[in-house]
Design a protein around this ligand. Structure first.
Ligand code: MF3
Ligand code: CO
Length: 255
């Protein structure tokens, strides 16, 4: 399937999915604290999504058993919520979530810093978020996917960080994962040329040390090879004639 151009009506549905997703993240942000289990975070997130009569898009996606991905410290993404996994002081906790509203998806991730976290890890979280904004500055018609990738990579690597290569951003819309792939690093291909009406999830996954990762025995949790912390930040964006527009946001809620 080729890369789809969304109609105005489709974009409105994606904006509503994105608004509800932003509200979901905001509720999790307000409640997350040391002592809580990652299962509790999943309950909070799913409840908000369901309260808007929406569907959590991750639940049962390729067999994923929860609504929210909760990944702590060296876990990069796809941590499975568990009653036994308790958030500790000094942790960074990445929350990744997806909402389906009337058949249309929004996908976004935030990394939260628990009290007592080191200044090194705080910088990692800040730079990961900044690298997203560097990337989407390039999300303009006529540029290529690799222009986004390069901007993310150059910024993150200028701090000595590793840009995770085994997972990438993606098109998003009627499905959670659509074409094209949106890597956070530059390879040999420039990728497709960007056009107004494309909707993509840009999601830097940045590690304090090596970019190499492995999969845990649960077949989901992705962990850094050197066990150093990693951070994740993601939004669903629309490419317009005037540049990028973030769809996974809501009035009065910080990005
Ligand atoms: N959040 C991932 C992404 O951003 C998808 C997670 S799917 C799940 O593309 F099944 F692992 F939850
Ligand atoms: Co995504």
């Amino acid at each position: 399937m080729a890369v789809s151009i969304k109609s105005k009506a489709e974009i409105e549905l994606m904006k509503e999915a994105g608004r509800i997703l932003a509200i979901t993240h905001e509720e999790m942000r307000k409640q997350i604290r040391p002592g809580m289990s990652t299962y509790e975070i999943d309950r909070i997130g799913e409840e908000v999504i369901r309260s808007y009569n929406c569907i959590p898009s991750f639940l049962n996606y390729n067999g994923y058993p929860a609504s929210i991905c909760v990944s702590i410290n060296e876990e990069v993404v796809h941590g499975i919520p568990s009653k036994k996994r308790i958030i500790q002081e000094g942790d960074i906790v990445s929350l990744d979530a997806g909402v389906i509203y009337k058949g249309y998806h929004s996908d976004s991730a935030r990394t939260h810093i628990m009290p007592g976290a080191s200044k090194e890890v705080r910088q990692l979280v800040k730079v990961t978020k900044e690298s997203f904004f560097k990337g989407i500055e390039q999300a303009v018609p006529g540029n290529h996917i690799s222009d986004i990738s390069r901007a993310v990579q150059e910024y993150a690597e200028s701090f000595g960080y590793g840009v995770v290569r085994d997972l990438v951003g993606h098109g998003v819309g009627a499905k959670l994962h659509e074409e094209p792939e949106v890597p956070n690093f530059v390879g040999k291909r420039r990728g497709i040329k960007l056009c107004a009406g494309m909707t993509i999830a840009v999601e830097p996954m940045i590690a304090m040390g090596t970019y190499e990762v492995y999969w845990e025995d649960d077949d989901w949790t992705v962990v850094t090879e050197d066990n150093l912390p990693a951070s994740h930040y993601e939004n669903t964006i629309l490419i317009t004639e005037n540049g990028p527009e973030i769809l996974s946001q809501a009035p009065g809620i910080e990005l």
